[in-house]
Design a protein around this ligand. Structure first.
Ligand code: GLN
Length: 249
């Protein structure tokens, strides 16, 4: 199968080489006989709701977020439409914040797409370090996500919103709630950089399976395990580093 990925603002939102996540998706798809077709979607490109199986947006600093925020909000209807049609949406850090309702920085406020039921307010202290989460994207399949976070924004989920995971070690959305990220159907947002997918191959597989489900209109496939001992070792090292760091502030 061909899996079509729209990569939003690759030229602006790519802090910590977040595009490395796309490289992981490309390889794991290829190892299973699928082709990932990646198209950059920047300022002058429309987001066509039925042209992609995955929409990906990386992280950026406040400055880059300021440059793209209004352009992205002008495409909000298309992003909502894509989500409603079951397109997988993956947003990291700055991109995650911009898919919420707004990101407030002192007297300034960047508007957001409003896909995720949350808002973000910049705080004084940055929340930096290794982070470990416990997630259950597939019911009764508990997994850990290991990554690295670096954000000044505190993200507040609306009551009843579903987080991506529970913080085991690290700060997460706001340093106090004990939750990280957000999930709405096939859309996930997270502060985990890293890149995220090289050390969490199970999440790469979840994204690919959901993307294939969108492409075929069928249930997500269950993949055979593959020889990814190195990736699992990277996960173990990152998870141990996060655990050693301990709690929060
Ligand atoms: N500018 C945002 C913050 O600091 C996001 C930073 C990032 O993408 N690392 O909260």
């Amino acid at each position: 199968m061909k899996i079509r990925v729209g990569h939003l603002y690759p030229d602006y939102l790519n802090i910590y080489a977040d595009r490395g996540n796309i490289a992981v998706l490309t390889r794991r798809a290829a190892w299973r006989g699928h082709e990932l077709e990646v198209r950059g979607l920047s300022m002058d490109d429309a987001v066509e709701p039925d042209a992609h199986d995955v929409l990906y947006v990386g992280g950026g600093q406040d400055r880059e977020q300021g440059l793209v925020a209004r352009n992205l909000v002008a495409k909000a209807d298309s992003v909502h439409e894509a989500a409603a049609r079951g397109v997988v949406i993956v947003a990291v850090c700055g991109g995650y914040q911009l898919l919420g309702r707004f990101y407030r920085l002192g007297a300034d406020e960047l508007p957001g797409v409003g896909l995720f039921p949350l808002h973000t307010v910049a705080g004084e202290r940055r929340m930096i370090g290794d982070i470990l989460l416990e997630c259950e994207l597939v019911p009764a399949e508990r997994r850990t996500l290991a990554g690295f976070e670096n954000h000044a924004g505190r993200t507040y989920l609306d009551a009843g919103a579903q987080p991506l995971g529970r913080v085991v070690s690290g700060f997460g959305n706001d340093g106090t709630s004990g939750y990280e990220g957000c999930r709405v159907g096939r859309a996930i947002g997270t502060y985990l950089h890293g890149p995220l997918l090289p050390r969490n191959p199970w999440l790469a597989d979840w994204i690919l399976a959901q993307a294939l489900a969108h492409a075929t209109g069928e249930e997500p496939p269950r993949f055979e395990p593959m020889a990814d001992a190195l990736e699992r070792e990277a996960h173990a090292v990152a998870a141990a580093r996060a655990r050693a760091r301990g709690g929060r502030f």
